[in-house]
Design a protein around this ligand. Structure first.
Ligand SMILES: Cc1ncc(COP(=O)(O)O)c(C=O)c1O
Length: 365
C-alpha cells in the first residue's frame, strides 16, 4: 500500500513548521527544573496561579488576568460578561472567527447570544464594517492575526480607529489574541500597547508559545472577577491547573522573545514557496509566523507530490492538504523552532524539487 501524506510527514527528520513533536516530553521539559515541593494551585487559588496571572496582567498592562484551561471557555465567558453588562445579547466578529466555526456554536447555544458577521470571508475587518452595522452590539471581537485567512492583520492605525469608534459608541472591544505574541514584531509594538486598545484580551499558550494547553483572559478587576464566577460554572476550576500553568510559563519564557525570528523565517519560507509556479502563499508576505500555502492543482496531485518530496528529502512540509475547489487546495504553516534546524542548502534543494514536480504536473507530464 502506498504511504500516506500524514505517514510520510511523521517520518521526516526535519519539519518546516512548529516546534517539534507534541509528546509527553513537552511537559517533562517544562517541569524538569521545578522543585517537587512547590504546592499545587487549588480550585483557582494559590501562589502558582496567582503569580502567573499577575505576570500576564503586567505584560498586557491590565488590572488583572485569569488562567483558563482553554481559549474556547475564556472567550465565550468574556462575551457573555460584556453582553450582560449592556443587557444586550449581541456581538460582532469575523465570519471565520474561531467562535463561529470551531466551537459548535457554544456562544449561541449556551448563552443565546446573537452574532453579527463583519466583513467577508476573504479579508480582515475594517472600521467601515463596524460603522455599517445597523444596530449596536455589546462587543466587537477582533482576531489578530485572522487565522483562517492565513493570519492577515489590519494596520495598527485601523486598530486605533476601531478602538476609538467602539468606545465612542458604547461597544466593548475584545481581542482574540490566541497568537498575540506572534504579531508584535510586525506591529513593532509591545503587548501592552496592543492591549491598551481593547477592553478584554485572551492569549493562548500552545500556539507560537508551544506549551501544553491553556489560556489567559485579562481586563479590569471587575471583569476578571466576573470571569472567575463563570469559570467555576463552566467547570474550568480544575483542582490543579499547574501542569498547564508551569508549562505555559516555561515556554512563554523560552519563546516570547523568539517571535521576531519566527516572523523572519516565515517571510523567507513564503518567498521560497512563491517562487514555485502555481504556488502562492496567503498572505504573499506574511505578517506573523504563519501563512497558508495555496496550489493551483487538485488535492490528490499535491498530496502525491508532497509525499514524494517528504520521503526523498526528509523534510516535513505538511501532513494534510485541504481541498478548496477542483484545482485549488491549501495547507497552513506556523513557523517555530523546527525550521531553524534544517540546513539552508537542504531547504533550497527541497524547493528546487517542489518546483520541478509541480511544473511537471502542470504541463501534464
Ligand atoms: C484564533 C483562535 N481563537 C481561539 C482558539 C481556542 O483556543 P483553545 O483551543 O484553547 O480552546 C483558537 C484555537 O485554535 C484559535 O486559533
Amino acid at each position: 500500500m502506498a504511504i500516506t501524506l500524514r505517514d510520510s510527514y511523521n517520518k521526516t527528520t526535519y519539519k518546516l513548521g512548529n516546534h517539534g513533536k507534541r509528546n509527553v516530553q513537552v511537559l517533562k521539559e517544562a517541569l524538569q527544573e521545578i522543585d517537587g515541593n512547590v504546592e499545587s494551585d487549588m480550585y483557582g487559588q494559590g501562589k502558582i496561579i496567582g503569580d502567573f496571572q499577575q505576570k500576564m496582567a503586567n505584560l498586557f498592562g491590565k488590572e488583572a488576568a485569569v488562567f483558563f484551561p482553554s481559549g474556547t471557555m475564556a472567550q465565550q465567558i468574556a462575551l457573555r460578561i460584556w453582553c450582560d453588562e449592556k443587557d444586550l445579547g449581541k456581538v460582532a466578529y469575523h465570519p471565520l472567527s474561531h467562535l463561529e466555526i470551531h466551537e459548535q456554536d457554544g456562544l449561541k447555544k449556551l448563552h443565546k447570544i446573537e452574532t453579527i458577521l463583519l466583513a467577508d470571508k476573504t479579508r480582515v475587518i475594517e472600521l467601515e464594517d463596524i460603522m455599517e452595522m445597523e444596530n449596536g452590539v455589546a462587543c466587537v471581537l477582533l482576531e489578530l492575526p485572522q487565522r483562517e485567512i492565513g493570519g492577515q492583520l489590519p494596520s495598527f492605525e485601523t486598530l486605533e480607529k476601531i478602538s476609538r469608534y467602539c468606545k465612542e459608541h458604547g461597544m466593548k472591544l475584545h481581542l482574540d489574541g490566541a497568537r498575540l505574541m506572534e504579531v508584535l514584531p510586525y506591529y513593532q509594538k509591545t503587548a501592552a500597547e496592543v492591549c491598551a486598545l481593547f477592553d478584554s484580551v485572551y492569549m493562548s499558550f500552545y500556539k507560537g508559545i508551544g506549551g501544553v494547553a491553556g489560556a489567559i483572559l485579562a481586563g479590569s478587576k471587575e471583569f476578571t472577577s466576573q470571569s472567575k464566577v463563570w469559570k467555576r460554572r463552566y467547570g474550568g476550576d480544575l483542582i490543579s491547573l499547574y501542569p498547564y500553568i508551569l508549562s505555559a510559563d516555561y515556554y512563554y519564557e523560552k519563546r516570547a522573545n523568539k517571535m521576531a525570528e519566527y516572523y523572519e523565517s516565515a517571510k523567507q519560507l513564503a518567498a521560497f514557496f512563491n517562487r514555485c509556479e502555481g504556488v502562492q502563499t496567503l498572505p504573499i508576505a506574511p505578517v506573523s509566523n504563519m501563512f497558508h500555502v495555496h496550489f493551483d492543482l487538485e488535492k490528490e496531485a499535491v498530496e502525491t507530490i508532497l509525499t514524494d518530496i517528504q520521503e526523498i528529502m526528509g523534510i516535513g512540509i505538511s501532513g494534510y492538504v485541504k481541498e478548496l475547489a477542483e484545482n485549488n487546495c491549501s495547507f497552513e504553516i506556523s513557523l517555530g523552532d523546527a525550521y531553524q534546524e534544517i540546513p539552508t542548502e537542504t531547504v533550497r534543494k527541497m524547493f528546487g524539487l517542489l518546483a520541478e514536480k509541480i511544473s511537471e504536473k502542470r504541463s501534464g507530464e
